[in-house]
Design a protein around this ligand. Structure first.
Ligand code: C5P
Length: 339
């Protein structure tokens, strides 16, 4: 429990993780499978206000709009929802909840509080039925990774989990997509190169092929808001975590949890995050809905999860008691941040 108390204060480093997790982190650092090259600068010890200001100026929620190659040539401009995710609630939502899938939310009795928010964000296949007392039953947005769309076990096409909600999917692209997934208007010479057959590595080789099921789902359910996050947005979040962390973080995309928190911070005036930074109920039970134990789910192996959580801890404006008892962090929306 010493680790948990230090995490609540934001006073931990990867050296305090168990040797297996440390080894996994090292292996991901040396593999660098997404070809990450950090070009940013480390920002030493920003205050909460400075951090929020940096987030406000840098974080632009971006989804594929079909205007860029190769999607433009495939008719995606007509395929994607006419209203972009960032415009769905043009006047913003007031109070929002982000519900992590962690096992620690079991026996929390947070359901009623969670449902009292104007919008609720959940992840992947996390259910509400049977867990209402602890997680509530309202779902406004669901963030899904590309495995959900492609793995038949998840029944993406017919499961009620993915109906009557805003869907936001993502898949890890190469880091270079941060710089030029798309042809540039300034540099036609580079476009010639990008439009050659060697280009669009992400479209040709996603981690899991989410593009085909996305197209199919859009055609069958044109009225459901369903977006794919732009890789630039995901890697931009990675850059921000690395810039604000002294250690070298895993060169892999941030977790869905972090991505979801930042999406809600740009759409809502206030964001209440549940069981991201673990409460006193912390457990190695990975998900509340699954009998599977692994500390990596909470502290990270592939994702730079520990560093994400340290950053979110620095932004917390909620009460310490709520963090300990509810595993709740309260974050201001970015629209109202004054720089
Ligand atoms: O595992 P999954 O990605 O579906 O969970 C959604 C998010 O909840 C994760 O991306 C992670 O940010 C968060 N999570 C956590 N601790 C756990 C399980 C999930 O912080 N034990």
């Amino acid at each position: 429990r010493a680790f948990l108390h230090r995490l609540w204060k934001g006073n931990v480093s990867s050296k305090m993780l168990n040797p297996r997790l440390q080894k996994a982190m090292q292996d991901y650092l040396s593999a660098n499978k997404h070809g990450v090259r950090f070009r940013g600068r480390r920002a030493a010890g920003l205050s909460r206000a400075e951090l929020l200001c940096a987030l406000r100026s840098r974080v632009r929620v971006r989804t594929l709009d079909g205007k860029e190659a190769p999607f433009s040539a495939l008719g995606w401009q007509k395929l994607v929802p006419a209203v972009p995710l960032s415009q769905l609630h043009p006047r913003g939502l007031r109070s929002c909840a982000v519900v992590m899938s962690a096992g620690a939310i079991l026996n929390s009795s947070l359901g009623e509080e969670i449902d009292s928010h104007d919008a609720v964000l959940r992840f992947n296949s996390a259910p509400t039925r049977g867990y209402e007392k602890d997680v509530g039953n309202k779902t406004t947005v669901r963030i899904i990774n590309s495995q959900i769309l492609t793995n038949p076990n998840h029944h993406f096409i017919d499961s009620s989990l993915y109906k009557n909600v805003i869907l936001v999917a993502w898949d890890p692209a190469p880091y270079s997509a941060n710089l030029n997934l798309v042809p540039s208007t300034e540099n036609p010479a580079r476009n010639a190169c990008w439009n050659s057959s060697a280009s669009f590595p992400w479209y040709k080789k996603p981690d899991y092929n989410l593009f085909t099921p996305y197209v199919q789902h859009r055609q069958r359910n044109p009225n459901q808001p369903f977006y794919i996050l732009h890789p630039k947005f995901i890697w931009q979040l990675w850059d921000i975590i690395q810039e604000n962390t002294k250690e070298k973080i895993q060169p892999n995309p941030p977790s869905s949890g972090f991505i979801g928190i930042l999406i809600m911070m740009s759409m809502c005036s206030e964001v209440h995050v549940y069981e991201y930074i673990p409460s006193i109920r912390q457990t190695e039970l990975c998900h509340y809905h699954e009998l599977y134990y692994d500390a990596a789910c909470t502290l990270g192996a592939y994702h730079p999860l520990l560093y994400e959580k340290l950053l979110v801890q620095r932004l917390n404006t909620g009460a310490q008691g709520d963090l300990h008892r509810k595993g709740k962090v309260v974050l201001p929306g970015l629209r109202a941040v004054r720089c």
